[in-house]
Unconditional design. Structure first.
Length: 109
């Protein structure tokens, strides 16, 4: 089955892109520059070191999501979550669903 196509979401851009994308190549590059580097977004050396610690603990299966308190399966996928009000505070591992839900809710405040 062929992929569906749609128009780039940048206002006035007529480029056709696969439905799985949001922006055309040109605007995706611009959007990436606006977001900033990983370090500028709060994912620098300190965050990476903290994540490595949690990866080992999740692999052992001894960690629960700090939002929903459900256990994260050994070696399971997880996001390392920040505090909702202060991104310099790392709360711990989260289920991807919990992390993305919190981000979505925060964007509508």
């Amino acid at each position: 089955m062929p992929d569906a196509w749609r128009i780039c979401t940048t206002r006035g851009c007529p480029a056709s892109i696969p439905a799985s994308s949001r922006y055309c190549t040109k605007h995706a590059r611009e959007q990436g520059k606006q977001r900033g580097t990983k370090r500028e977004r709060g994912y620098g050396k300190e965050f990476q070191a903290e994540r490595r610690v949690w990866v080992r603990m999740v692999a052992e299966g001894v960690v629960s999501c700090w939002r929903c308190l459900k256990p994260i399966p050994p070696g399971g996928d997880f996001h390392l979550g920040h505090d909702d009000n202060d991104r310099s505070i790392i709360r711990g591992p989260e289920c991807p669903h919990c992390n993305l839900s919190a981000a979505g809710k925060a964007s509508h405040r």
